[in-house]
Design a binder for this molecule. Structure first.
Ligand SMILES: [Zn+2]
Ligand SMILES: [Zn+2]
Length: 122
């Protein structure tokens, strides 16, 4: 088998010579991305779409956030009060579910992302 030629690492400015495109230090890591994708699929499981989600919307048909401001809006989304972060027990716990309308859910998701970014920056 012919050896691939040695070339500089693809990382900008890295002088290491390598046969794999990147040197050992700059090789892209894929593991974390794959992990978080696993629980994104939980929202497509029948236990969520046919059971937990409709049960929550039946129990609490109006948006909890809007209710705090005295507005009655029909809920369309089920949110996790505590971010489950891939924790199955938190994901399926009905005590951790709340009903939200689409705009409140979108706003909460944005806020969570923003807070997470701030934690990382600290
Ligand atoms: Zn490199
Ligand atoms: Zn709302």
């Amino acid at each position: 088998m012919a050896q691939k030629p040695l070339r500089p690492c693809r990382h900008p400015g890295c002088p290491e010579l390598t046969r794999d495109g990147w040197c050992a230090k700059h090789k892209p890591k894929q593991a974390p991305r794959r992990e978080s994708a696993a629980w994104h699929g939980w929202y497509n499981l029948s236990v969520w779409t046919d059971d937990l989600r409709p049960a929550q919307l039946l129990r609490e048909p109006f948006c909890r956030e809007c209710a705090r401001r005295g507005i009655r809006t029909r809920a369309t989304d089920v949110d996790h009060i505590r971010d489950h972060k891939g924790d199955w027990a938190l994901f399926i716990d009905p005590g951790n579910h709340e009903s939200l309308c689409h705009s409140c859910h979108a706003r909460k998701t944005m806020l969570d992302l923003w807070q997470k970014r701030r934690e990382v920056a600290r």
